[in-house]
Design a protein around this ligand. Structure first.
Ligand code: ZN
Length: 143
């Protein structure tokens, strides 16, 4: 049974020699293929094994709680970081609110794109669906 088989990862399909010691060896040893294998295995396990599912949910919950605590502590211990974030957020908020487009134009005299409101519409958009697909973006030209 020393025959090469194709990697089960659809994006790979490389021929490789399965290791007889590995049960159901269907993926080659590339990092990406092993990741696909692990993900598939976990998804299947989540579907088939209620106990595993429960364990996963509990550990996820635990992690979230610990993490929340971690970030809270981090903010408490790094006031400068928190302040910087607050200022950056304030800056973003102000920029979003700002409708003084003429002022932005004056700040970017070399820009080839005129400051203003643009609709970004997917190139393949179906005209009938366009309203639902289009979102209004404020385009701020760089340099
Ligand atoms: Zn592969």
């Amino acid at each position: 049974m020393n025959q090469k088989i194709r990697c089960a990862n659809r994006k790979c399909r490389r021929l490789f020699l399965p290791d007889p010691r590995v049960k159901n060896h269907r993926y080659c040893d590339r990092e990406g293929c092993q990741r696909v294998r692990r993900n598939r295995w976990q998804r299947q396990k989540m579907k088939d094994d209620p106990r595993y599912r429960k364990d996963q949910q509990e550990s996820q919950q635990c992690w979230t709680e610990q993490n929340r605590d971690y970030w809270q502590r981090y903010r408490d211990q790094h006031p400068a970081y928190t302040e910087r974030n607050r200022l950056l957020q304030k800056d973003r908020d102000q920029r979003r609110r700002s409708d003084n487009l003429a002022k932005m134009d004056a700040l970017n005299p070399k820009s080839h794109v005129k400051a203003g409101s643009y609709y970004l519409i997917p190139g393949t958009a179906d005209l009938a669906k366009m309203d639902a697909l289009s979102h209004k973006y404020l385009l701020i030209p760089i340099g």
